[in-house]
Design a protein. Structure first.
Lengths: 336, 203
């Protein structure tokens, strides 16, 4: 029993570098910026309450309250704004600006933790208040930002580390954040623990990605349309995803069943083949290719980007940028 | 070691919730006969779905602190729903056409409009949501909201007829034989300036 527990802990707490954390931060920073910019002209229209919006924000929030009144929502910010004399439009605009600023903060690595929390909170408010106008991308952004917010920020590539020389203690968990991992004023055991903490968050993201693809894949396998290409046809001709003219798709009609079956296999096989050293890179390239294709042929650029960011942060190669240390705690980081 | 145990406990709870939510969604699809599984599996799936719902706290009273805590955590972590996008099959697509009636008898047709393509994807999601809802008053309220947003751009319009329908897509072979997408009528609502029912209310 003890051995099993040790094995599990060893698996869950591998030594890890903060390079992939940097990938997650940079990727989600870019994602938040693009998300905000994509809604620049429609933000107030989508999230306004009764009277000036597309569909009342109050309706989404009322339904959300039936589940739980404690889930963050734009209504809280607007109520607070009203308390200090600000109108709804002003608060919504300020929320958009803060979200964009949080995205920029993440991309630059400035005030990393605050930026991550702010981005997660504001995006969550928008996604929950606008539940009727949200889709998969919001779900995956929340997942990514939730993990990023809890991860031991800042990473070594952030401006927090380079300019502000910020080396916070992660008081929440009493362990030191990986900001301390460059060796100064830290013993080897502390370095190892900080490295393991990074490894833990990477494992959580990796396992979550496996579950996402496994359940996504298995549910697709249960539909007849994915085996004969009908669902690929429908997905690509269904408004508003009908970017590729159907006349072109018809020319590739014998290829569509192969594509449908490949998607089922890639997604369902992800939790197995992404862990095997021999197939990891192939599977990662297939998944990234699938998301690039979704982005280009269905116009779901934001969805494609967030999935690529999460995949690369979870299973991407451990990039090493010149002039930075590729080793953590005196040990080379774990291969996965 | 103690901190690792805390992490381990959080990890187990978090992943149990993810698996429960995802599993429930898959069972829900099987229980409603939306998959290739034989119909005999429906009752088993329905029972299993009920069990997973109970694990999520759905059997508890709506005011239960545990139920609310679970629901809050699921939303905060973004794990309140499964991952069966476009699965088991690609769902139907919907369309809302607004007939704008002017005092001089003129009629214009308009679709719900947004400024950018990114928001357009969200409006398409909203129409899917309206199409899927089985609760008539909610559907009517949402359509009314969309009609009302158009009214603000055309204040001189006296009546709006909102016609909601599904888009029927041809299969590949039908497309090759010349069939194109068609619009199937589902619901229509009339909203007029003088109509008391058109007054926008908070739900």
């Amino acid at each position: 029993m003890e051995t099993w527990r040790e094995r599990i802990l060893q698996f869950l707490f591998p030594a890890g570098s903060d390079t992939r954390l940097a990938v997650l931060r940079l990727g989600l920073g870019l994602q938040v910026i693009l998300y905000a910019l994509s809604l620049l002209n429609d933000w107030n229209y989508l999230f306004a309450a009764t009277g000036s919006g597309l569909v009342s924000r109050n309706l989404g929030e009322a339904i959300l309250s039936l589940e739980s009144p404690f889930v963050p929502r734009l209504g809280w910010l607007i109520a607070f704004g009203a308390h200090v004399g600000l109108g709804e439009e002003t608060v919504l605009s300020a929320t958009w600006i803060c979200l964009l600023a949080a995205g920029c903060g993440l991309l630059a690595g400035l005030f990393c933790r605050c930026s991550a929390i702010l981005a997660w909170f504001l995006h969550l408010c928008a996604a929950k208040s606008g539940a009727f106008v949200s889709y998969g991308v919001d779900n995956f952004m929340t997942i990514g930002l939730f993990y990023l917010m809890l991860s031991p920020l800042p990473d070594r590539y952030s401006l927090d580390r380079r300019w502000r020389k910020f080396r916070p203690r992660d008081r929440q968990w009493t362990w030191r954040a990986p900001g301390d991992m460059d060796g100064r004023a830290m013993g080897p055991s502390e370095r190892e623990r900080a490295s393991q903490l990074l490894g833990f968050y990477r494992r959580v993201l990796q396992l979550h990605m496996c579950l996402i693809y496994f359940f996504g894949g298995i549910t697709k396998c249960l539909g007849s349309g994915w085996w004969n290409g009908a669902n690929i046809w429908r997905a690509l001709t269904r408004p508003p995803f009908d970017i590729v003219p159907p006349e072109i798709l018809v020319r590739w009609k014998y290829f569509l069943p192969v594509l449908g079956i490949s998607i089922c296999l890639i997604e369902t096989g992800y939790p197995v083949f992404i862990w095997l050293k021999k197939t990891r890179m192939i599977w990662l390239i297939c998944v990234l290719g699938m998301h690039i294709a979704i982005g280009l042929t269905m116009g779901m650029y934001l969805f494609a980007l967030v999935m690529m960011v999460l995949n690369i942060a979870a299973f991407g190669p451990n990039f090493s940028i010149a002039g930075t240390k590729g080793y953590v705690g005196g040990r080379k980081s774990a291969p996965v | 070691m103690r901190q690792k145990s805390v992490y381990l406990a959080c990890f187990i709870l978090h992943f149990l919730l993810i698996i429960t939510v995802s599993f429930r969604e898959t069972l829900w699809l099987v229980a409603r006969g939306l998959t290739i599984f034989p119909s005999s599996s429906k009752s088993y799936s329905a029972r299993a779905e009920k069990a997973t719902s109970a694990a999520r706290g759905h059997d508890l009273a709506a005011s239960s602190a545990l139920r609310q805590a679970l629901a809050t955590y699921l939303h905060l972590a973004g794990i309140e729903r499964g991952y069966g996008y476009f699965a088991p099959n690609v769902p139907e697509s919907y369309k809302l056409v607004l007939e704008l009636h002017y005092p001089d008898g003129r009629v214009e047709y308009q679709l719900p409009r947004v400024n950018r393509a990114a928001a357009g994807l969200r409006v398409a999601g909203l129409l899917d949501e309206i199409g899927r809802t089985r609760y008539d008053p909610l559907r009517e309220y949402m359509v009314k909201m969309l009609a009302y947003s158009t009214w603000r751009e055309h204040p001189d319009v006296t009546m709006i007829r909102a016609v909601f329908g599904s888009i029927s897509l041809p299969s590949i072979s039908e497309f090759e034989h010349g069939k194109r997408e068609s619009y199937e009528f589902l619901y229509a609502y009339d909203f007029s300036r003088t109509d008391k029912a058109t007054e926008v209310e908070t739900p």
